[in-house]
Design a protein around this ligand. Structure first.
Ligand SMILES: Cc1ncc(COP(=O)(O)O)c(C=O)c1O
Length: 508
């Protein structure tokens, strides 16, 4: 191909693939493993260090237990759908109405992904273009503003095209658009920064207000939210979280939104898989209750990194204008991978998986409490657990996070509501069970993981009043690492891939 450099080292190209094919009986050859080795060979022949980092990441994820609540392990089919020539396509617009020629195949892919999303979630409409959860929220916000603020003003002024509005009228409208109120869950109570955190564009676009959890119980107090919402009368009432271990009654939120004339937007980025898998049903399923539901596709839903918006028919046209409202061209390769993931999420196995995720989180919370740990709200009803390590072990979240990582457990520190340690050092850990459940772990493994966590955090000691440094005896590290290795050996990640087959330069 013109302008594409020659392969740097032709002996590297397809070395792993050839070794795999030579060492595997033909009837056992796995198409995903062939594709993985072929991809690494091809990337490694062009840029060995990138191939090597990809392989090293698989090694890392195989030797550490992943308890990051916002991550998962997507299927190799999902990953491979992304690694295709679809990345080369521009397709601004929506299926059947593009600003580029040659989009027939992208149309088919986007239609399929949207159909699957509608089916899995029982939604009137799905828009699968957002590149991320943050983008999906911006699309939702701007669609509400365009439908409820911009459109009535244009109609009043007798215009149909914003671009043709005279300058003074546009400036007045622009000020009206950015003067609207948003009420969402406070970041430090478990909300997300895109829900009105001052350092995020959401707080610059809106007059943003937030509700918190109750200081004593850690639960959302709906009566307080009602009082706040009645007083503020926001344009958008928002629910959804990144670090709240309980279910939410979305029917009550919708009633409140209707009473105050707000659009009700739910960000289900964290628990989309629990909705797809029918763990959250009735009043806990946001889709029948919210005007608009936004999500990521890569957390409990177990798809590729990306975002998505579901909405009732009344918002469909406004949401479909995500480009040009927020986005440029869609990512057709990511949309193809979303289609594969949504297909997987519609299978009966996924329902069993989603229920097991929540069972595992409950077991983990119970076991941590059994060891004397303080778990925020006393337990969990979803995929995540918040452990107060300051109260339980005299550590900051940062110290606990680093201590556990040194022992083979990957998770993240998390500020607790009203946290005196702030978000950087924090007083809590956020643990999630989506990834370990994908590996097939169950109650016995949760029991063991809780024991490892307790046996690491108990001997860990802060050093010299530092909120980052800590001491942890080598013996505790070695013992924990050995226990982690036993769990991971029994539950290997992508067992069809033997990293030993990679060329030395690629395997690192
Ligand atoms: C509730 C919630 N919304 C939105 C996002 C943003 O998603 P992304 O990182 O894909 O932009 C996250 C990510 O953690 C989240 O937890």
């Amino acid at each position: 191909m013109v302008g594409v450099p020659e392969v740097q080292d032709p002996t590297l190209a397809s070395a792993a693939l050839r070794r795999y094919v030579a060492s595997t009986p033909p009837e056992l050859l796995d198409p995903a493993a062939i594709a993985f080795f072929g991809a690494l060979d091809a990337v490694g022949a062009a840029l060995p260090d990138i191939a090597s980092s990809i392989a090293a990441e698989l090694g890392d994820q195989r030797s550490n237990i992943k308890l990051i609540a916002s991550e998962n392990y997507s299927s190799l089919a999902v990953q491979l759908a992304q690694g295709t020539l679809l990345t080369d396509k521009y397709a601004e617009g929506v299926p059947g109405h593009r600003f580029y020629a040659g989009c027939d195949n992208v149309d088919a892919i986007e239609r399929r992904a949207a159909d699957l999303a509608r089916k899995v979630f029982g939604a009137d409409h799905a828009y699968v273009q957002p590149h991320s959860g943050a983008d999906a929220n911006l699309v939702a916000f701007l669609a509400v503003l365009s439908q409820t603020v911009e459109a009535p003003t244009l109609a009043r002024l007798g215009h149909t095209n914003l671009a043709e509005l005279p300058e003074p009228a546009w400036e007045a409208l622009r000020r009206e658009i950015v003067g609207q109120r948003l009420l969402g869950m406070d970041l430090y109570s478990g909300g997300h920064l895109t829900h009105g955190y001052r350092h995020n564009v959401s707080a610059r676009l809106f007059e943003a207000h937030s509700y918190t959890v109750d200081r004593e119980t850690g639960f959302l107090d709906f009566d307080t939210i009602v009082r706040q919402a009645r007083a503020l009368r926001p344009r958008i009432l928002m629910a959804g979280y990144s670090a709240y271990p309980r279910r939410i009654d979305f029917a009550r939120f919708r009633e409140l939104a209707d009473e105050i004339g707000a659009a009700f937007v739910v960000d289900m980025a964290h628990f989309a898989g629990l909705v797809a898998g029918k763990v959250f049903t009735g009043v806990h399923d946001p889709v029948p209750h919210a005007h608009i539901v936004t999500t990521t596709t890569h957390k409990t839903l177990r798809g590729p990194r990306g975002g998505m918006v579901l909405c009732s028919s009344e918002y469909a046209d406004a949401i479909d204008k995500g480009c040009p409202l927020v986005l440029g061209g869609p990512l057709p390769h990511a949309i193809a991978a979303k289609a594969v993931a949504l297909h997987e999420a519609g299978l009966p196995d996924f329902g069993r998986y989603a229920h097991a995720v929540v069972d595992n989180a409950r077991e983990l919370a119970d076991r941590l409490r059994g060891h004397g740990g303080r778990v925020v709200t006393g337990g969990t009803e979803n995929h995540l657990v918040l452990l107060d390590v300051a109260t339980s072990y005299g550590l900051t979240g940062r110290q606990a996070e680093s201590a556990l990582r040194s022992c083979g457990l990957t998770l993240n520190r998390n500020a607790l509501a009203f946290d005196p340690n702030g978000p950087w050092y924090a007083s809590g850990l956020r643990l999630g069970t989506a990834a370990v459940t994908t590996l097939g772990m169950g109650a016995a493994e949760m029991h063991e993981i809780a024991g490892i966590i307790h046996d690491v955090l108990t001997p860990a000691q802060p050093v010299d009043g530092s909120r980052a440094r800590f001491d942890l005896p080598d013996s505790a590290v070695a013992a924990a690492r050995a226990r982690v290795a036993v769990l991971l050996d029994r539950h290997p990640l992508y067992p069809e891939i033997d990293l030993g087959l990679l060329a030395p330069g690629v395997a690192g």
